[in-house]
Design a protein around this ligand. Structure first.
Ligand code: HEM
Length: 217
């Protein structure tokens, strides 16, 4: 228990919860790629998820718990780093880099959180409350908060790029937390992380651009 709340314990909690959230993103991208298969396939996919709602609800609560563990610990570490470095004249070059890194993570993390609140507030909430079964059309409508709306699409593009940045630094930091260096025998994991910080965000970008370009329409 003491370990969980130690500085390293908090870092382990951030790393593990971050990896779980990244795995969710892989599944989420996979689901959303059904948009390319057309309206009927996408609507059938969402309808299927509706039909197993109790299971989905448990997963959503799990996801929310993981997100809270990640955010609360990240917030505490950021505050700790700030107070530990104290006056800007005290820290060395190494401290400076980690401070910049934790500051970048705090900024990109805040953008991701803001994105998530807006994404869930419009898309997820509408899906929960609508009587329509045309989930495809809801997502593609030209209305604020949805992807047919160009300013919203621009906001998604900026946020997805922030997610990529957050995941890039996040994976590097998580691997260091687990004591894995780039030159060790598990160093290949640094390359594998590209799937999460580049390929997955790129997949989401393609969806947004395809909707705006009328490829998904
Ligand atoms: C092109 C980009 C994206 C599209 C088209 C999209 C689409 C959707 C849709 C349609 C839902 C509702 C699913 C349902 O209730 O059945 C949803 C929920 C959700 N999205 Fe996204 N999403 C995108 C990007 C993201 C990103 C980048 C994140 C994470 C940072 C994210 C996180 C979530 C979460 C946590 C939920 C609620 C969990 C769930 O019910 O599946 N989404 N999204």
């Amino acid at each position: 228990m003491k370990f969980l709340f130690s500085s390293i314990g908090q870092k382990v909690q951030i790393a593990l919860s971050g990896i779980l959230l990244a795995i969710f993103l892989l599944f989420h991208l996979f689901n959303n790629f059904a948009l390319f298969a057309g309206k009927d396939t996408f609507n059938a996919m969402v309808k299927f998820l509706e039909s197993i709602k109790p299971i989905i609800r448990v997963m959503e609560f799990g996801l929310l718990g993981i997100l809270l563990v990640h955010t609360i610990n990240a917030f505490r570490i950021t505050l700790y780093n700030k107070s530990a470095t104290g006056s800007k004249y005290k820290y060395n070059a190494q401290g400076e880099t980690s401070l910049i890194n934790s500051r970048t993570m705090a900024i990109s993390g805040t953008i991701v959180l803001l994105f998530l609140i807006i994404h869930l507030g419009f898309v997820w909430l509408t899906y929960q409350t609508t009587d329509s079964h045309d989930y495809y059309q809801i997502l593609l409508q030209n209305k604020i908060g949805f992807l047919g709306h160009t300013p919203t699409a621009v906001f998604y593009i900026i946020s997805i790029m922030a997610i990529g940045m957050h995941l890039r630094h996040g994976f590097q930091s998580a691997l260091k937390t687990f004591g894995i260096s780039e030159k060790s025998k598990f160093g290949i994991l640094y390359k594998f992380a590209i799937l999460f910080w580049a390929i997955i965000p790129f997949g989401f970008l393609i969806i947004v651009i395809a909707i705006q370009a009328g490829i998904i329409s």
